[in-house]
Design a protein around this ligand. Sequence first.
Ligand SMILES: [Fe+2]
Ligand SMILES: [Fe+2]
Length: 253
Amino acid sequence: MGTENKFFNKILYADKIAEAVSFLKMSGNKELIEHSDEVAQIARMILKNTDDADMKKDKKTQIALSYMDLDTLADLYELHDLGKIFIPDEILNKPGRLTDQEFKYVHRHPENTKKVLDHIFGEKPNKTIQALYDTIMVISREHHENYDGSGYPKHLKGENISLLGRIARVADVISALMGHRCYNREFNSFESIANYLVKNKGVLFDPKIVDIVTIVEKPKDNVVITKENLLNVFDIQNEITEIIVKKVSSKER
Ligand SMILES: [Fe+2]
Ligand SMILES: [Fe+2]
């Protein structure tokens, strides 16, 4: 699909995306709204820094990008937790450990996004609209799948999780760790979060995506490190740091 058609789709998709976001906002859950926005911001950075070859290799990413541009794709990450609007506040905001029953409830949220989308999309009139629906569902269904197969709901492993889902997992955890800052001073800097990501590289997270957010590449013999490729990496760190600082200062107000 050409650039022109993608531009047409952007307009076509904007309404649907806005409506889905309005459901999120209607939940009135400030933390969920903030977290959803953060995940989209972080996913956007990761997507922009992911190799084209890796994008093309992944079928679901390839399909998504044949219908929409990278920015629209990044916007969809705001909807990854849409299914959470069905979780009662008592469970969502419970300070202590959840019971098994409550966990079961929480574990349904990736699939429950479908309920909202079915309401918004109704009968899907064509392939273009179907592609938007499918891509939102991939991101939502796979954002709690771990690289080693220990995640939920399907216990998918490695590259059986689409690149879209593997990116969502990392973006989601970065935002979640920033949110723990109040209770856990451990995660109050980019370094502390980066250390956690590196420790779980290949376990919870796709190693390549961890590298994108944490590593300044070592020069290979024949590769000259330029200011540009160094800055590229530092940009991500700076942007994440900026989000953290903004969050800390807004909570301290
Ligand atoms: Fe989630
Ligand atoms: Fe999330």
